[in-house]
Design a protein around this ligand. Structure first.
Ligand SMILES: [Zn+2]
Length: 522
């Protein structure tokens, strides 16, 4: 007698192997039997009507650590088939917390209460709360640097280095999956290669990897990949290149050819390098990322002060305009905290500048001041040829770079929050035919599970957790769009987390059966 049988399905097991017909039997949250299951009985029997059944999707790159405490049902994730996600990427995790720097951390990692100081305490809090996805986190280098040095724009001294290492070791003991870095964001961007390598060395005893949002994804992709590789060669740890992309028109079709060749070569030489990617031609981040990094030294208050000082503002404006020639029109405001600026959401910086009758850089800076930094953008900077080239690589997996959120989250978040995984299946696999369906599923299940060292998830195998997605290949579609992102995806028929039905036909069941994941223990 089983708890659940899903029969009459085409099973894609997550290894990349061809699908086969059969059924899956589940007991106590685990897959117990796979086959035709003719004589088996269960409390609940689901007829899959010859649709596909795959492992639940694993999102190796998210920022859900900052929103899951507020949206524990994670509709944005569950309704697109994500059952497991890793937060804390791009250098930004919600712990460790220096209680003295809580306000700075709110600017940096999200507006939470921070009733914890360590990753361990944070994970325990989530465990008590109960969440709908299986969830684990990276240890953010930027967060660690913030806890020790604030927004200081300088090299760390030996005492600060040893404090950062201690924080990182604690995070790894608490079960963090990797160290992430975000080298465009202050304060992470103030770190040099040596600091990163010295910290990454601490990961080695844990077998954990270094994940990086590289120094420059616009015009210095090659140099940035080289830096990341040098960090990992020096530290002796694997490398995960986060959301690999090229964000400057002048470098389209060229930079990623070079970086992919570099990754292949490094792999041949013995460096374990992989990459992740989200399937969209626009990125999304905070609007203050358009201000030169030196403007941020000292933190948000210091930035706002510089933006208000006419002479400093002029310098920042000059630099910002120089690096944004022809680009302000591609930057669309996606969220503004205040009611007064709600009208800017969905408009480009160029449009806002015209309406206000000011220069685009001024429009951008004024919004940052008015919103005290709580203003986000979607930025159209990539081309489809590059996206497809990177996605086709055997070492590229899918990561949404999105967040756990509800269907009534404020603003217009990037559609990757709600639709990244079905978009890969519908657009890149079914329509563009970049790869077979089994490969698409491998990139979102077996491959990330292997990278994360998840022993019990990511494959349909006896003994594995019953994280499952039943979907209709003919109708699956990333309904969420830039103009209307907060929607359930079409064609995701059922989603199970640890054997518990968590969504059916686009509706969340309210179940919170997610497990909290810790590296080496999950
Ligand atoms: Zn990033």
């Amino acid at each position: 007698m089983y708890d659940l049988i899903i029969k009459n399905v085409r099973i894609i097991d997550g290894t990349g192997a061809p699908w086969f017909r059969g059924g899956v039997a589940v007991r106590d949250g685990k897959i117990c039997k796979i086959g035709m299951l003719a004589d088996c009985e269960a409390e609940r029997v689901v007829d899959g009507s010859d649709r596909y059944l795959s492992p639940g999707f694993i999102d190796i790159h998210s920022h859900s650590d900052s929103t899951l405490p507020l949206y524990p049902q994670a509709e944005s994730r569950i309704l697109q088939g994500i059952t497991t996600e890793i937060g804390g990427d791009c250098g930004i995790s919600v712990a460790p917390v220096d209680p003295e720097r809580k306000e700075q951390l709110k600017d940096y990692a999200g507006d939470l209460e921070y009733g914890w100081t360590s990753i361990g305490q944070y994970l325990e809090m989530l465990e008590q709360m109960g969440v709908s996805t299986n969830f684990g986190t990276a240890a953010g280098h930027g967060t660690i640097r913030l806890a020790v040095m604030g927004y200081e724009d300088r090299k760390a001294d030996p005492r600060e280095m040893s404090l950062m290492k201690a924080h990182l070791r604690q995070a790894m003991e608490d079960g963090a999956f990797c160290m992430s870095s975000g080298l465009i964001y202050p304060p992470g961007c103030y770190a040099d290669k040596e600091e990163l390598a010295e910290l990454a060395r601490e990961l080695r005893p844990y077998g954990a990897f270094y994940e990086t949002h590289m120094r420059d994804e616009a015009t210095r992709n090659v140099e940035s990949v080289r830096e990341a590789m040098e960090v990992c060669w020096a530290a002796g740890v694997p490398l995960q290149i986060a959301h690999h992309k090229v964000t400057r028109r002048s470098h389209w079709n060229v930079s990623c050819r070079a970086t992919i060749a570099m990754i292949e070569k490094a792999r041949q030489e013995g460096l374990d390098v992989t990459a992740d990617q989200y399937p969209y031609n626009a990125s999304s981040t905070t609007l203050d990322s358009n201000v030169p990094a030196w403007g941020f030294a000292g933190g948000m208050e210091a930035l706002l002060k510089r933006l208000r000082d006419p002479a400093t503002r002029e310098k920042l404006k000059e630099e910002s305009n120089a690096s944004h020639v022809g680009r302000w029109g591609d930057i669309i405001v996606s969220y503004a905290e205040s009611e007064k600026n709600a009208w800017t959401v969905g408009k480009s910086i160029t449009e806002i500048a015209e309406i206000r009758g000011v220069d685009p850089a001024d429009a951008c800076f004024d919004l940052i001041i008015e919103e005290k930094g709580r203003v986000n953008e979607v930025n159209y900077g990539m081309c489809e040829e590059d996206i497809e080239f990177i996605m086709s690589q055997r070492f590229t997996m899918i990561g949404s770079d999105g967040n756990a959120a509800s269907l009534d989250y404020p603003g217009l978040p990037h559609p990757r929050w709600y639709g990244a995984f079905p978009r890969v299946i519908a657009h890149y696999c079914r329509e563009r035919k970049l790869f077979p369906l089994e490969t698409a599923i491998y990139k979102m299940t077996g491959l990330p599970a292997a990278r994360l060292g998840l022993q019990g998830r990511g494959l349909i195998r006896e003994g594995m957790a019953a994280d499952l997605v039943l979907f209709d290949f003919d109708t699956i579609r990333d309904t969420p769009s830039y103009s209307d992102p907060k929607r359930a995806c079409q064609g995701i028929v059922q989603v199970y987390v640890n054997g518990v039905l968590t969504a059916e036909n686009g509706v969340h069941t309210g179940a919170r059966a997610g497990a909290i994941l810790r590296r080496g223990r999950s």
